[in-house]
Each structure stands twice: as C-alpha cells, then as structure tokens.
Design a protein. Sequence first.
Length: 577
Amino acid sequence: MTMRKLFRGVDRGNSSGSPRKMRTHVSKLLSLRFLGFIRGNSDGNGMDVAEDGGVPIVLTASEVEMSDFNLNLVAAFAGSFPLGFVPRWLIKRMLYPADPFDENGTASFAPYGLRKVEAILIREFGRENVVTVHPRNLERFVGPNTKVVGISAMDSLGHAFVSRTYASLLGLGGKALNRIEFEKLVSHPAILKYRPRVIVGGAGAWQIPELHMQDALHIDTVVIGQAERTVVEVFRRAVKGEELDRVIMSEPSKLEDVPTIENPALYGAAEITRGCGRNCAFCSPTMRRLVSFPLEHILKEVRLNAKRRTRSAFLQTDDLFLYKKKEHFYPNREALVKLVESVSKVEGVEYIQFPHASFAPVCCDPGLIEEIAPTIVEKAPWRWNGSRMASFEMGFETGSVRLMKKYMAGKMLPFKPEQWHDVVTQAVGILDDNDICPLLTLVIGLPGEQEEDTNATLELISKLKDNRVMWAPIFFTSEEESLLRKHKHMSLRNLTDLQWEVLSTCWRSNFDTWKRQLNPMISLISLLVYPYYRLKHGKGVFRPIMKISGLEDVLMSRRQEATLQNSHCTISANVTG
Ligand code: SF4
C-alpha cells in the first residue's frame, strides 16, 4: 500500500480549504491572539493544525528532554533529582526553558535520537505526515487524524543510574523530575482526547515494562534498542491500526541503515561512532556493533545544526577514541585530528564537546591528546579559575582489579586488568596536563562486590586526589540491554559503611577541587541536614555527612591520613597501532 493510500483518510480530514472553515479558524485565532492565549514564540500564520485534523505521526519528548539546558550539560543532570519542595515552574524556568519553536510551531531543536527517527519516517511517510513538536505545542498537532504519537525517552521513569542514586540519597521523597515530566507528557489532554497509538522508544524505554507501568501510562508499545531497522514497520502497522506487540526488541542497525538528520538536534548533536565492543557487562552500548560514521556524514549533520544556530557541536560517541580505531583499540590519531579540525572549521561552531572517552587510548598515544587538546579546550564551554578547560565523562567504575577482570576485562585493552590503576592514574595525569578535566563515573555495588573491592576503589580514588577530576558515584543498575540484566539493582539500604565512605570521599573531593570557597557553607548545611538524614537513612550516615561537611577530623577527634602511596607508573604494554 502506498503512503498516499495509507493516509487517504488523513488527507481528507486535513483539508482546510473550505471558506467556512477558514473563517472560523481566523476568527478563533484573532480572539485567541487578543486574549494572549497563543503560546510560544512562533506562529507566523498561527495555524492550529489539530483544528483541521492533526498530523498523522507526531513525535515528541518530555519537556525536560526537549530542552538544551542553555547548553549546560551538568545542569541536565537536574532531571534525575526529585523536586522536593521546589516548585516545578521555577526549576523549569531556571534550568530547562523551552527552546524556540519554528514558525509553524514545530520544534526548532529536538533530541538527536528523535531526529533520527524523524528522518527515517519522513523518508517513508512523507514530510507532510510527520512532525516533531515540543509538548507545549502538542494540542496544535494532535487531532482526530493523528494515528501515532512517538515519544523518545532517555530516562522515562527516573530509573537510570543517576536518578536511582540521587533520588534515594537526597531522600526528598517523590519522583525524579524526568519521571514527572514523562508522566505529564503521556497524559497530555490531546493524547487522552484523541487516543492515537502511543509508542515509546529511546535509551530509557526499558524502564516502562521493568516497572510494570505500561498499562497505567496508556502506552501501547515500547520499542527497546536501535530504531533504524524496526521503526518503519512498527509505525506502518500502527498507522494502519494493526496489532502490535506491547514490547518490541529492535533489530541491530547497520551503518548503511543510518540516515543523517533532517532538522537540528539539541546541543548540535552529531553521531561519530555507535557501539563499543569493550564488552563491559553492565553496559548497553557494548551490545551494539561498533561503527564509525564517515567524516562527510558527520560534517553534514554538524553543518545543518550550525546553520540553525545550535552554536555547539556535540559529537555523540561512547568513546571518542573509538572513532576509526585501529586494531587492539589503538586510537587513530590521524582520523581524530582531522575530525576535530574539520568540525572546528565549520562556520557557527562555537563549542565542541565529546560526551565520553576511555582511559587506555590516552596512555597508548599521549601525543594524540597534545595534538587535539588545544582545539577542544579552546572550543570548550567550561571555565575554571579564569581559564578554559575541556571535559568528558570517563568510566572509572571501580578500583578492584578482581571486578575489572570479572566484568570489564576489555575496558583497559590493549593493557591488562592488573594495570588498571596505572592506566587510570597515567591517563588522568596526561589529560590534566592538557587542561582536560574528566567527569569520572564510579559504580557502587557491582554484583558480588566485597570489602576488599571497595577498599581498592578508595585506594584508586586516593591516587587521584591531586588531579582536577569531578566524581560521579552511582549505584549499580541492571539495564535491560546489558549482560547483567538479571542481577539486582544496588540500593541505598544495602550500602555498607565502606560504600558510604566511597560516596562521601567522592563528594568531599569534588568540593575541595572545584568549590573550595563554598566549604564553610557546605559545613553549615551538612550540620543542619544531619538530623533529617539520620532519621531517613539511619545512624550510618553520621560519618559520611561529617566527611562531606569537611568537619570529620574535628568532630571525630581523629585524623584519617591517607597512607597509600602513589606507585610509579608501570604501564609497559607492547602495542602497535
Ligand atoms: S567502555 Fe564504556 S561504552 Fe564501552 S562497553 Fe565499557 S562502559 Fe560500555
């Protein structure tokens, strides 16, 4: 069946040519304008599409995921926290204001994954039948002729690593902001009124079946995994009103399946690699085949984003050093240097950011860092003590060689698990020397973690105490797509004293490194909140809170000196590129 036939009913319903209908439309519009009810900063013609039947396929994401947080990626973590007593409107205004809309009310920018799905659906169903909109404008596009609302969700129910950890730690009660906004989206009046099929995909889609929330949220189908090979068939069936499975595991994509985006992505995102291949057992990207996109493919997306003034080129990857990597995970210096130089020359690119990187390639080729650092630091959005610095997230995970061998033996390739401490300390040192200060994620409660493993983690943290790093300790979460999906999540009530020590050491170190001037205030706040957290989490929180406060030595009448010595770097892998 051709798409024209498929949407025949839609075309009829969409007709807005009759003079009577036009008059009604215009007078309604004028009164709305007069009363100031037309929202957003768009609407050159004020067309209310839903009035005329709606668009067959409407794509969207929650308000929190449709914002670029004013290009502040750290602020984007706010979505993982519960609101507590802070009003939602205030957080929204401060942190995730709606990005501008285009003249017809469609979204100027949208999450990258959603833009990929949009590009695939436009190819298949035609531009006139697919639209991506901000939730604020949903009622203008969802109508009786809307067959499907496709929603992208990074963290639909606040159940990802960061949300689970900090929602429970802060103990303010209530749901994470990500969940609040997602629930608000799926219960949008336009969706409830016209009852199109609701299909949810994206990195956080797995949480819906996992938490048995599909019926409660009226979600027809959840798609888990990559979109390219699956999404057309799913939407085709949905548009035709055919049966669909409630949960669909998608087919793996191939490089040739992946189109370039048609409209700008938030943060100016452009994918440079997909997949990983280092096989960390808790991680989902490793389940995807590693591909590097051709430079022209990447630049096409960077240029499209820059033309629409995203200002930033966010080069999406699970590890920038995987880009056209050589054998044994040896980085490809020529290809990376060319990539960074080419992107930096695109007109309108003020900032370049890479989300993730790994340690081992830094040790394999320190010269690579020296070569790319000047450009990525110059194009970094971060400043500290008056100078620019770049950053990316790196998986520190644990200091335990035993756990590295068990779950992440590929993470430090071409080196050996026994060299993990040296790989991490040397890489962080090289990066720091080049003004690249990584955000280090650390997983607490990997399955089978023992006291000696936690001690090893504390030891490795201590070895980095003089470096400029930002710590992000998180609880182990078994994601649906990972090899450890059958294991239990780590939770606050199972934290041992030593694991509390890891958490508090990380946060004490963050304040000491980045906001030393706030120490008196942190001390005061810690003392004030202690009774609440004592009640909430038990007496075990005394020591961690005192550590975070910076008053541990004073109040506990003893000084805990680190007795660990930094060992000399012993990396000596014989690797050839
Ligand atoms: S190195 Fe990172 S992206 Fe690759 S498998 Fe491990 S955790 Fe996942």
